[in-house]
Design a protein around this ligand. Structure first.
Ligand code: ATP
Length: 328
């Protein structure tokens, strides 16, 4: 086990609320333990371009409440090449950095694991930061709770106008490969239907369901569509439905990037703080090529290898069934 002395941190992939509380926790936990800390701007791009700066306890003051990431993030093609990884390594070495915490999603972890296998003298720890909540090894990922609350707030407002006009709204939420936000938001807002990428949507069943709602005198209907639905986005589904469902004024709302922004919820602030704290302590304990997560409210450490190979999209059938029953 080699003792670490200088740690770098970066955020990568899509930004997620909760990344800032996590950065704060990493910086302060590391300094408390006598480590030097370096912040890397714009994820792997900054690592390759040597865009780094020393961080102290005051450099993370008053960021708990900020959405986004003070380190900024990027998608970086050169890090996918051997040459890019070599440059990244040389940049870390010349600064004497021997540990790296990466906050991001599965792409970020894939890059980190590959890097760590080529250059094992830099210890690597992953923190799951993505609003999609689609990583193995953590029940919740950073940003998912805040994003879901943002979606709920927007849908509540749409429900008011839908109700006033007897409207049918198709609302598209983020989740190209994951229906996690759509499902939680659907349950929370009493959506009449929830369409997820994990399940092929039976358009005929959806139409039947909406007609049945009309016959039961529902004054409005909300259908939540995750952006990865196989039939396309909310506009495509609305077109398929509108020919057959009469008497409803059909509207479409795409919530888009507002779902990523905003002050992190209490849950994401605590989660970010806990995961950052655990990541630094795991590195100090000599662990590498791992990911810190939260399972059953306890910190769990999973190897990046396992997190990436076990990664699969699971449909939460029990929650889907419950949502259907509760919206009759
Ligand atoms: P999100 O879930 O929000 O999309 P992510 O971490 O999955 O987050 P990606 O864009 O897939 O986001 O990955 C982030 C970065 O990780 C990429 O821009 C790239 O620099 C690096 N990366 C991804 N896959 C690889 C790979 N196979 N080899 C090296 N680096 C990779």
């Amino acid at each position: 086990m080699h003792k670490i002395s200088k740690l770098a941190v970066l955020t990568s992939g899509g930004d997620a609320p909760g990344m800032n509380p996590c950065i704060r926790s990493i910086v302060r936990t590391a300094i408390y333990n006598g480590l030097e800390v370096v912040g890397i701007r714009r994820g792997y791009q900054g690592l390759i371009e040597d865009d780094m700066f020393p961080m102290g306890t005051r450099s993370v003051s008053n960021i708990l409440n900020l959405g986004g990431t003070i380190l900024k993030t990027a998608r970086c093609l050169p890090f996918r090449t051997d040459e890019g990884q070599e440059i990244a390594y040389q940049n870390l070495k010349k600064r004497g950095i021997d540990a790296l915490v990466v906050i991001g999603g599965d792409g970020t972890f894939t890059g980190a694991l590959r890097f760590s296998k080529s250059y094992p003298d830099v210890a690597v720890m992953g923190v799951p930061g993505t609003i999609d909540n689609d990583l193995y090894g953590s029940t919740y990922t950073l940003g998912f709770d805040t994003a879901t609350n943002t979606v709920i707030e927007a849908i509540d407002k749409i429900r008011d106008t839908a109700d006033a006009h007897d409207r049918l709204f198709f609302i598209e939420v983020m989740g190209r490969d994951s229906g996690a936000i759509a499902l939680r938001a659907g349950i929370s807002c009493g959506a009449e239907a929830i369409l997820l990428p994990e399940k092929e949507t039976a358009i005929d069943d959806l139409i039947e369901n909406l007609k049945s709602g009309q016959s039961k005198k529902k004054s409005s209907s909300i259908v939540i569509v995750a952006e990865g639905d196989k039939h396309g986005g909310a506009y495509d589904i609305a077109k398929l439905v509108e020919k057959q469902v009469k008497n409803y004024d059909i509207k479409v709302t795409i919530l888009g990037h507002l779902q990523r922004g905003g002050s992190p919820s209490a849950f994401d602030r605590v989660l970010g703080s806990r995961l950052g704290f655990a990541a630094v302590n795991a590195l100090i304990a000599g662990k590498t090529q791992m990911m810190v997560g939260l399972e059953a409210n306890y910190i769990k450490i999973t190897s990046l290898e396992e997190a990436l190979t076990q990664h699969e999209f699971k449909l939460e059938e029990d929650l889907m069934k419950m949502a259907e029953i509760l919206s009759i």
